[in-house]
Design a protein around this ligand. Structure first.
Ligand code: SF4
Ligand code: SF4
Length: 477
């Protein structure tokens, strides 16, 4: 039997450089916009946005510069006023290149005219979805799934509960913690408006017990609103994982390969709900976010940053890096990505940047001693050592059979492994290989279907003249 509010597996990593949450008490600082922003058209899960501006265009803050590229997609907006310098490929933290709109800041801070909702308490579900979609809001906890899609259940599914993710379980990151302390009333207002529009009676806000101040302030704000409750959660990583959070708070089990919606739940990060509140109340699209800069920087803190700000601008605002930095992580140390260049922009999903020292250096691997620790730590109940063994022999189909696609890449298995095996990397490799194969298979199938259709059309075309010839011959006879 699991401890109350607990999920299976997980670990308890140390929380910061001194074993304490860092930056948690520093108020959010507003970062001055940089001279140039780089706004990638792909900052979300789904189809990339399509540019709707051209080189040389003048743009204002909040202006849509990229249109959503499909249903699962999100628009992007200008985050400074100025001139479109170019549309060119830019580097993303995962190492891929993607088209981005580069804007030179004219420092006029000229905004588009904003249109707040004139009846926020009476929005229909469709009006809410339109506001969220047009504001370009995606999951700000790092998942970057377009939020409007989450709020638009299809196939007869009904949203019964909203779960707010205030767990922030990654070490070093404190952006959500700080946001809850400073904007509790707005977050509660946001969730109330979502509940009204979607006709949902219950919302549960999950916050780890190491943020007692946030629990208290959020509970005090929620007191006046029926149906919203704040729940303290054991400090355990990955408490903020969607499936883990849903299980801990509702005891509903999201099926493998499924979504929280399959069990009647929608999960939103607290930052996402804050952005929704501003989109409804102020008509404001998503142009900035709170990002933690932590670890070995001179003055760590939480910053309100314009989307598209190059990381070096942010590091400069922190007074630079300390001399003993060995690795720089985009995101948190458990799930983030190591980056080697600082011209990468802050995107919608960038909850933190962490500079690490010696502890980040890859330890030397040794053979598996079959201790079972990785299996015990896996919150998805996978068998990481076995998947790793398959992966090292390119046996990706076998890895797929034992569920590698359910891996959430949380890093718990690598963290606990006494042999220091790079298990999470094996999971990523296997998942990428399987996804590539699925894409290849789908393309081949589409090609075969197209060829089959072409053959049928050609046969049809051949049959009709033959038929006409036969009819003609018949008449002549
Ligand atoms: S990275 Fe994947 S396999 Fe490893 S513990 Fe997390 S979910 Fe399990
Ligand atoms: S934790 Fe490491 S050593 Fe232990 S079984 Fe898993 S892979 Fe092997």
């Amino acid at each position: 039997m699991f401890e109350k509010r607990m999920f299976p597996g997980g670990i308890h990593p140390r929380e910061g450089a001194n074993g304490k949450k860092v930056n948690g008490l520093n108020p959010i600082r507003s970062l001055e916009a940089p001279p140039r922003v780089i706004i990638p058209l792909q900052q979300h899960i789904g189809a990339p946005a399509k540019p709707v501006v051209s080189q040389g265009d003048h743009v204002r803050i909040g202006q849509k510069i990229g249109e959503a590229g499909g249903f699962v997609s999100a628009p992007v907006h200008a985050t400074v006023s100025g001139t479109v310098h170019d549309i060119q490929d830019a580097l993303l933290p995962n190492g891929t290149m993607t088209p981005a709109i580069i804007i030179d800041n004219d420092y006029q801070e000229e905004w588009i005219e904003l249109h707040p909702s004139d009846h926020p308490e009476n929005l229909s579900a469709q009006e809410l979805q339109t506001i969220v979609r047009e504001a370009g809001i995606v999951g700000l906890g790092g998942a970057t799934f377009p939020t409007a899609v989450k709020l638009s259940p299809s196939g007869g599914k009904k949203i019964e509960k909203i779960v707010l993710n205030g767990a922030e379980c990654e070490p070093f990151l404190t952006a959500d913690h700080r946001l809850m302390l400073e904007k509790a009333a707005d977050i509660i207002d946001g969730v109330r408006l979502i509940m009204l529009a979607l006709d949902v009676d219950e919302a549960i806000i999950g916050i780890e017990n190491n943020k007692q101040d946030a629990i208290e302030i959020m509970a005090a704000s929620a007191k006046a609103v029926e149906g919203i409750k704040v729940v303290g959660l054991p400090v355990r990583y990955p408490q903020g994982g969607e499936k883990q959070l849903v299980y801990a708070l509702t005891r509903r089990q999201v099926p493998n390969g499924g979504l929280p919606l399959d069990v009647g739940v929608v999960v939103c990060n607290v930052g996402t709900v804050y952005a929704i509140d501003r989109a409804i109340r102020e008509g404001r699209p998503l142009i900035d976010r709170i990002t933690t800069v932590g670890g070995l920087v001179q003055n760590p803190g939480n910053f309100l940053v314009r989307i598209g700000t190059p990381i070096d601008h942010l590091i400069e605002a922190c007074g630079g890096l300390q001399s003993n930095v060995k690795q720089f992580i985009y995101g948190g140390p458990m799930m983030g990505m190591a980056i080697a260049r600082f011209d990468i922009p802050v995107t919608k999903g960038c909850s933190g940047l962490v500079a690490l020292g010696e502890e980040a250096m890859e330890p030397k691997e040794s053979p598996c001693i079959k201790c079972g620790a990785c299996r015990e730590a896996c919150p998805m109940k996978l068998f990481p050592s076995r998947i790793d063994a398959f992966c090292r022999h390119d046996r990706f189909e076998d890895a797929e059979k034992i569920g590698v696609m359910n891996c959430i890449e949380c890093g718990c298995c690598s963290f606990v492994c006494p042999a220091k095996r790079s298990l999470t990397q094996s999971m990523r490799t296997a998942k990428n290989a399987i996804q590539r194969k699925r894409r290849r298979d789908a393309a081949r199938k589409a090609q075969e279907e197209a060829a089959q259709k072409a053959r049928e059309a050609a046969e049809q075309a051949a049959v009709i003249p033959d038929k006409q010839t036969a009819e003609k011959a018949g008449k002549e006879a």
